[in-house]
Ligand binder design. Sequence first.
Ligand code: OAD
Length: 294
Amino acid sequence: MSSSPSDDMSAFTSALKSSKRTIAVAGAGLSAASGVPTFRGAGGLWRKYDAIKLATPEAFRASPSRVWQFYHYRREKALAAQPNPGHLALAKFSVPSIRETVVLGASFTLITQNVDGLSRRALTQIAETHPELADEVSSSAVQNSMLEMHGRLFDVVCTSARCGHREFNLHSPVCPALAGTENVFARDEPEPHIDEKDLPRCKNCGSLARPGVVWFGEMPWFLDEIDGLVDHADLCIVVGTSSTVYPAAGYAHAVKMNGGNVAVFNLDRSDGDGDADFLFLGPAETTLPKALGL
Ligand code: OAD
């Protein structure tokens, strides 16, 4: 661990202003203030189950009913949530004409492990509140500068390898049988069982569908693109992640090894601190807007 990372906001601002290729790596802590539970720590238990153990193909094979109820619960949480000032600060920084008020001629990419769609909704909010920026926000350059590497909660994907149909689906509930199961909390309450035929089905071929997220043991999205960005980044902002899940957990270290700076924003100390030049302990929804000058 580097001896003592700095918590000097003005020194960070100088580093930000002199960086040409900045990346941010975000995790569940970014959405915590919006009411979306994290995976580890206080938010890590769903009913009596460890949330991490449910995010696997094995858990889905063993009980598609249980795993769908878990993701239905997370969908409902995300649908009820609003982007917080942390999402909004990163989204603003993604828009070149806003970013240029802070730093000229620099690129920025947000790599998020979050599947809740709140970072993208923050972009939409910016377009709504600043209609003069709507074209810029909807441009592919801005939309593609937000990489949801662990997939998307609101994608529903066919489990049949022959079909693989994927749809974006914001329905609440995602299918009638899941309605109300998000309210079953007590450890000793009987777990509702939903028959496979009543779980979400593929619109194309009728097979069982699954949440369009990346599970443990599956390949995250955009890996080649992200590797290229990490190789060339001169500043890595790490936000609200325990930095325990690879490959995302390794990006800050790679930037550091290439001579770049690392700035960590987290409520607590985390595994990501080891490479931090800057460490801002506290809620990212407060520290990040300040640090980005937005
Ligand atoms: P974790 O739940 O592991 O970590 C959340 C981090 O956010 C912790 O380090 C908290 O201290 C921090 N935190 C909480 N509230 C915060 C706040 N308001 N401001 C700043 N920091 C805060 O979540 P991730 O690191 O995102 O993957 O987990 C990584 C991956 O593991 C997830 O994408 C998911 C999970 O299992 C898959 O499902 C494949």
